[in-house]
Design a protein around this ligand. Structure first.
Ligand SMILES: *Cc1c(COP(=O)(O)O)cnc(C)c1O
Length: 390
């Protein structure tokens, strides 16, 4: 290049606005395998509704989790809806849900016409507290839904014992805990039914998608039927029951099959991210990361931390704003059910506090150690700046 050409080439750069600061998103799917190949294969095969990738996903996910049956559905919310319908839960029945939760379990409880009963959570792991659940069981309790938040798993041993003692099925909402284990058993496989989401932010994604798993073959058949218009398999257009279409398309399952091939790498990277965060966060006063019980081996979904200072609730947004100014996206904890107008739930002390003081930091497999160090540096600065250190 001649010097003049060089100058001309450089010219627009002088006028150009500075590049936007790099943004670290809160979540990001890892689409580094054969997602594209499989989607094209599904497209070219013309199997775009049902098809072989759905069958494959329904074999491979339960096999990996060590559970008998998997029923693929349109999303994680449909999975919960299907689980409740599959157990015949409806008007007059009570369903116990944690007061601090992603909303789907509460919504689907109300959608089937059942009564929502909120129970409090444990103050360190932020999942359903079995002692509080025990106090809320009545003759009408027909299901308990522990929601395994951020990769953690609720105290399943006491919850299963409670369920057994009272003849109440446990539905595990394991959307945020796919492949986490509790005493060696996979999240979602310990209760009567487990539900999963494959939303773009989740550990394994299909864009939108979900699955219900169970060891009960007859229940799995019933779930398939409800998923499929209530139609008899052996008699077309004959409907034994009033039902839905909750099916997952083959095009979408294709992405899930590719994701599963990378599952070990995804799990390993999430473990690395978790370890790196914990190293840095240990040195920041005034914050505590979510605590996992010794029984739990988490596949971290999102690194969540609680601000411990008395002013935490009022200043959490300011901390999040400071991170945002540095291009770091964070999310607040879920509103507890008592704060949300449609649910009519009373305030429960632990959920109320956790809801107002928790936030979660960017978590995804290709988040680098350098990015994690940067995030924690900015986070530590924000904590001090807003007077939330000890
Ligand atoms: C994501 C999520 C759901 C809902 O899944 P969708 O696929 O978005 O419908 C349900 N429960 C929990 C705990 C979730 O995190």
């Amino acid at each position: 290049m001649t010097p003049t050409a060089l100058a001309e080439a450089a010219l627009p750069v002088c006028d150009a606005p500075p590049p936007p600061p790099r943004r670290i998103p809160w979540a990001k799917p890892t689409l580094v395998g054969r997602e594209r190949d499989y989607v094209l294969e599904a497209l070219e095969s013309s199997w775009i509704s049902g098809g072989p990738f759905v069958d494959r996903l329904e074999k491979e996910v339960p096999a990996r989790m060590g559970v008998g049956h998997g029923v693929a559905v349109a999303n994680g919310t449909a999975a919960l809806h299907l689980a409740l319908l599959g157990l015949g839960i409806g008007p007059g029945d009570e369903v116990i849900v944690p007061a601090f939760t992603f909303i789907a379990a509460a919504n689907m409880t109300l959608m089937v016409g059942a009564t929502l009963v909120a129970a409090d959570i444990d103050p360190e792991g932020w999942c359903l507290d079995p002692d509080d659940v025990a106090k809320r069981i009545t003759q009408r309790t027909k299901a308990i839904i522990p929601v395994h938040l951020y990769g953690n798993i609720a105290a399943m041993e006491p919850l299963l014992r409670l369920g057994e003692a009272h003849g109440i099925p446990i539905i595990e909402d394991a959307a945020e805990a796919a492949f986490s284990t509790y005493q060696g058993r996979a999240a979602g496989t310990m209760g009567r039914i487990g539900t999963f989401s494959f939303h773009a932010t989740k550990t394994i994604t299909t864009g939108e998608g979900g699955m219900v798993v169970t060891d009960d073959g007859a229940l799995a058949e019933r779930l398939r039927k409800i998923r499929d218009h209530g139609m008899r398999k052996d008699r077309r257009y004959w409907h034994d029951i009033v039902a839905h279409n909750f099916r997952m398309p083959n095009l979408v399952a294709a992405i899930g099959c590719a994701q599963l091939e990378k599952l070990d790498a995804i799990i390993a990277e999430r473990a690395r991210v978790q370890a790196a965060y914990r190293r840095h966060l240990a040195g920041i006063d005034g914050v505590r990361a979510q605590l996992f019980a010794p029984e739990v081996k988490p596949v971290l979904w999102a690194l969540a931390v609680q601000l411990l200072a008395p002013e935490a609730a009022e200043r959490r947004q300011a901390v999040m704003d400071t991170l945002e100014q540095e291009g770091i996206e964070t999310r607040p904890g879920f509103y507890d059910l008592a704060q949300l107008p449609p649910y009519g739930c009373p305030a429960l002390p632990v959920a109320a506090k956790v809801s107002r003081t928790v936030l979660s930091l960017p978590t995804y497999p290709d988040l680098s150690d350098a990015d994690i160090a940067f995030i924690c540096r900015v986070f530590a600065h924000a904590i001090r700046r807003h007077g939330l250190g000890h």
